[in-house]
Design a protein around this ligand. Structure first.
Ligand SMILES: Nc1ncnc2[nH]cnc12
Length: 429
């Protein structure tokens, strides 16, 4: 049956190889079951319910991806997208988390429709490559700032906006230790580096009396506080359109970049560099976002960490299905998830920042008309504490700079439309 479902022989793989790949990918991305509830709790959501929603949304995404698209690509609520949900939509714009969930749900529905028609490809293809790298790097910087703030390493200052906090405090030292552990373990080839680091720092917190022991395993907590709590009534208001658009927009780039990166690593692209079952992969991605919003989490997306499993030999959807089953098993470790302190995950955020910034090497730095919008996008993301605003400013600067330098051939209708839309948004909000 497995052979029929996943065509293992045709992909030159077997159950054992796929199982090892699935476990590898799971271990590299399992940090999200600790980080996501902590981040969304900042938006006022129930920690236990978000923990369950995170595991279930990831499981749904992985199972649909594996069974429908037969790709070794795992999904879970995305970093960056969760920060956008908490700190921009709820924190800065002042929407309730229920309304923000409604916007995530609608963005999932739009994404599904766009995936079934050709518009999605048109939008994605019209985004300049350099801006894609700038957006990814900016999200990395944004996550790094959140980690540094939660560990008290960077604090507010009335004179200089930000300044260094007390780096000899226990949380700061633990965060730094967690970060160094990840780097050392990853460099030494340990696949579970991130999860090990989170666990080691949590145990140290316990030993130093900073964390209270709540047990390790139990039945999952109730999902009732977030299940089907999304508010779809205010989603049709005009002001919400920009929020839905922002979720859609960020997810669009995130997913496209991730799918191509994972597929390249796994040799899954056809001779023209296309992903053969891209429509099914995108469908799985949007179905997971819709299910995730109904369960109670921010946007669920394809994970770049899937490259770890692909490097370990994962070639088919069986890898993704195994990751999905492991996320269901993870439902039973909620006491452990509740114990993990913020400083234990701060190093993880900084590590993800490194991964996301690495694409900057591909920017044409000698060409100022390409480099300038990249720096605008990625630097303004942490400095304005907003992913969507920085993307908007990046598009506007790209269009203006290309127009002023007469580089019209680098522009297309997609860039001009998006830049104009953001100009209107900034002028009227
Ligand atoms: N937003 C995201 N996109 C791709 N991979 C991720 N891994 C963690 N967050 C991610």
């Amino acid at each position: 049956m497995l052979e029929k479902l996943f065509k293992l022989k045709e992909h030159n793989t077997n159950l054992k190889q796929e199982a090892i790949a699935g476990l590898t990918t799971f271990l590299t991305m399992a940090y999200i079951i600790f980080v996501n509830p902590m981040m969304l709790a900042d938006a006022g959501m129930d920690h236990g319910a978000v923990f369950v929603a995170t595991c279930l949304a990831a499981a749904v995404g992985c199972l649909v991806m594996g069974l429908l698209a037969n790709y070794p690509i795992a999904l879970a609520p995305g970093m960056g997208l969760n920060a956008f949900f908490t700190y921009t939509v709820v924190g800065e714009m002042g929407y309730s988390w229920e309304t923000a969930l409604g916007a995530v749900f609608m963005s999932g529905v739009c994404f599904l429709i766009l995936s079934l028609v050709k518009i999605r490809e048109w939008i994605v293809n019209s985004i300049p490559m350099s801006l894609r790298f700038g957006i990814a790097a900016g999200i990395g910087l944004f996550l790094a700032l959140i980690g540094l703030k939660s560990a008290g390493i960077v604090v507010a200052s009335p004179a200089t906006l930000v300044t260094m906090g007390d780096i000899t405090s226990f949380p700061a030292i633990m965060a730094a230790l967690g970060f160094f552990l990840i780097i050392a373990m990853v460099q030494r080839g340990l696949k579970a580096a991130v999860i090990f680091s989170i666990l080691i720092v949590t145990v140290l917190g316990l030993l130093f009396g900073d964390v209270q022991y709540n047990g390790l395993v139990s039945l999952p907590p109730s999902i009732a506080p977030t299940f089907m709590k999304m508010d779809l009534s205010s989603v049709l208001e005009v002001s919400m359109l920009s929020v839905i658009f922002a979720f859609l927009f960020v997810d669009l780039f995130d997913t496209s970049g991730t799918l191509v990166a994972v597929a390249q690593r796994g040799g899954l692209l056809d001779e023209k560099g296309r992903l053969p079952r891209v429509k099914r992969a995108l469908t799985a991605d949007s179905v997971a976002t819709i299910a995730g919003a109904a369960l109670g989490t921010s946007t669920t997306t394809s994970y770049i960490e899937s490259t770890a499993g692909v490097s370990a030999g994962g070639r088919t959807g069986l890898t993704a299905v195994i990751v999905g089953l492991l996320f269901i098993a993870a439902l039973f470790i909620s006491p452990l998830a509740g114990m993990v302190p913020a400083y234990a995950t701060a190093g993880t955020l900084f590590y993800v920042a490194i991964l996301m910034m690495s694409g900057l090497v591909n920017v044409e730095w000698e060409d100022l008309t390409e480099a300038a919008p990249v720096v605008v996008t990625c630097l303004l993301m942490p400095l304005t504490f907003s992913i969507a605003n920085a993307i908007g400013l990046g598009f506007i600067s790209y269009a203006v700079i290309k127009l002023l330098t007469g580089r019209f051939k680098d522009l297309n209708s997609g860039i001009l439309v998006v830049a104009a839309l953001f100009m209107v948004k900034f002028a009227y909000s």
